[in-house]
Write a protein that binds this ligand. Structure first.
Ligand code: IMP
Length: 190
């Protein structure tokens, strides 16, 4: 079955393919000739994921998969949360977001955090399934590694004992919030 990845983030498309490629033919919006940018106007990960998956399914007539994800830092009352992508303002800028996070945590020793992901698979008949996942870690004082995207170089995974920026794609996919959300979704689909 064809599944359109409702994202313009190539890293996410690669992760979706690596995680769901055996069950679905994961295609991009570009593959099916659709270019839409959905504004994330909701205040929850679920709300935004549903918004994106529904819009792309309706535009393509195909099932669509969207993820909304972010970083929750305990010492910052779960910020940046749903605003992770534009923490340092628009346009989204990973380097500026990381710099702001380090600034906000200056002098803070309690640096526990988690990545959270909610995925929604929306079908053309209006039905949908939801999956949720998270991964625990802590925010370092300086970036480590050049892999991944977003906050990966600052996020030290408790399970991997290295940052997501230092992890290979396979290592990250073995523990990531998105992988767990997709596993949760897959369980509900079977
Ligand atoms: P979204 O595209 O609205 O889900 O934006 C999520 C934002 O959260 C991204 O722009 C990143 O800043 C951050 N984020 C989500 N997942 C990850 C990840 O796996 N690694 C690093 N940062 C992430």
């Amino acid at each position: 079955m064809k599944l359109v990845a409702a994202t313009n983030n190539h890293n996410k498309v690669s992760e979706f393919r690596a995680l769901l490629g055996e069950t679905f033919d994961v295609v991009t919006m570009r593959d099916v000739g659709v270019a839409i940018e959905v504004d994330e106007t909701e205040t929850t990960f679920f709300g935004n994921a549903l918004l994106k998956a529904k819009a792309v399914s309706e535009a393509t007539g195909l099932a669509a998969l969207a993820d909304d994800s972010g970083l929750e830092v305990d010492a910052l009352d779960d910020a940046p949360g749903v605003y992770s992508a534009r923490y340092a303002g628009e346009p989204c800028d990973d380097a500026a977001n990381n710099a702001k996070l380090l600034k906000e945590l200056e002098g803070v020793s309690e640096r526990t955090a988690r990545f959270v992901s909610v995925v929604v698979l929306y079908r053309p008949d209006g039905s949908y399934e939801v999956g949720e996942g998270s991964v625990e870690g802590k925010i370092l004082n300086a970036p480590r590694g050049t892999g991944g995207f977003g906050y990966d170089p600052l996020f030290f995974s408790t399970e991997l004992k290295k940052t997501f920026g230092e992890a290979s794609p396979a290592e990250k996919n073995a523990v990531s919030h998105r992988a767990r959300a997709i596993a949760d979704l897959s369980k509900k689909l079977s």
